[in-house]
Design a protein around this ligand. Sequence first.
Ligand SMILES: [Zn+2]
Length: 240
Amino acid sequence: MSGASLSLRVRFLSPSVGAPSSSQVRSAVSLSRASPAVLSSRARPPRGTVQTLAVDGYEVTVVRKRIKNLYLRVRPATLGVEVSAPVNASVDYIAHFVHIRRPWIERQLERGRQSRSRSQASGVVSGGWSPDRVEQARACIESQLPGLLEAWCPVVGRRPSRITLRVMSSRWGSCTPSTARIRLNLQLGFMDGRFLQYVFVHEMTHLLAGGHGADFQRLMDGFLPQWRDVRRELNRQIVW
Ligand SMILES: [Zn+2]
């Protein structure tokens, strides 16, 4: 779901804008006396004031700004209704402004609710990974890590300070030698164990040699003689 909001803008200065129809007035009796009157100067809320108004069952967040127009915004992600209003706009006027745009607000809220239930139904998180899928991959990698650490720390002569598992779209792993931190792509959890081993040893080797030059290759040749074959095969796999 995008964080974009939908907004309407209406000139504040025109008193004739959107006079309520008789049916609308009936549906909101408290607004029947709404008029585009402005507050007297002593009652003006200062710029930046945030108020909450209840209008037709909506909780409307009103932010006072140094602007000439009223702006109505619905945030589909939070189902929030927001109005930016000039500092001198009366509460009645703002309530009326929201009231007459109820059909538009309802459409935006309905869109937000639908998109929310769609994403809940599919359990999709960023990158197309559902929480279940993340958990499966994590469990699979974590079950192999103790064995890998036990086997390879004595061989490489280094121990990572921390291993982080995450969804990565462009690489299988990474290493920060200065902090001895290693990150592994969660996708490795769904692949043959030799790929996880290769990426793990590759990143561990970066604790001894930065880059992929002669030093790195010589070390890898000593640790995993078949590493080039595994790398070739791994690079044919698609990183999700
Ligand atoms: Zn590398």
